[in-house]
Design a protein around this ligand. Structure first.
Ligand code: MG
Length: 195
């Protein structure tokens, strides 16, 4: 599936050029905006894979729009700027912008920048996923440890016996061992409170 790109640029000719270059390279246009407010609105509505955003736009400039977008969406943004706007690029650094392109934008600059931005975003997303998995595993391990301790005490089992019980009963129920351990702990907590 082609990656979807939102183009935010107030000059319609420039916007058309960008769209054409992107489509020729096989990308899909998720939407187009002529001002910053619309760029924010469409980013939340369409969740594009990448946003190409002009800095100088009516209603809201591209840097402010980028700040609002990156506050809650993880979408890479490529800013478009003119040579005279060096100070704006400085401001853009803390707006979590992936990169910028200097106008006039040529195809030989645009497409590699888009590819890099998308690849970078992909790496960040898969790293986040890995971190979430590791965090879940750590949580599971803690719960399993607690449930094991509880079973050992309750039935005078060895650690191995408690673990084997957890493993078997989670397999019987076809649920992850962490979930089974959580059930056991919950049940036990219920009993304690009932006393
Ligand atoms: Mg402009």
């Amino acid at each position: 599936m082609p990656e979807r790109i939102l183009v935010a640029e107030d000059e319609s000719i420039m916007r058309m050029d960008l769209k054409e270059m992107l489509m020729e390279a096989g990308y899909e246009i998720a939407g187009e905006a002529g001002d910053g407010e619309r760029a924010v609105e469409l980013s939340y509505r369409f969740r594009p894979d990448l946003i190409i955003m002009d800095i100088k736009m009516p209603k809201m400039n591209g840097i402010k729009a980028s700040r609002i977008i990156t506050r809650s969406l993880q979408i890479p943004i490529l800013l478009l700027t003119a040579y005279s706007q060096r100070e704006l690029i400085e401001q853009a650094k803390d707006a979590l912008v992936t990169g910028y392109l200097v106008k006039p934008v040529r195809e030989s600059d645009l497409i590699p920048a888009v590819e890099v931005a998308l690849a970078q975003a992909g790496r960040i997303a898969s790293m986040q996923q890995k971190m979430d998995t590791v965090e879940q595993k750590l949580k599971d391990r803690k719960v399993v440890e607690r449930a094991k301790g509880l079973l050992m005490k309750q039935y005078d089992w060895s650690e191995e016996q408690a673990y084997q019980y957890l493993r078997k009963s989670s397999m019987d129920r076809q649920i992850p061992i962490g979930e089974r351990a959580g059930e056991i702990l919950k049940k036990q907590e219920g009993k304690v409170y009932q006393k």
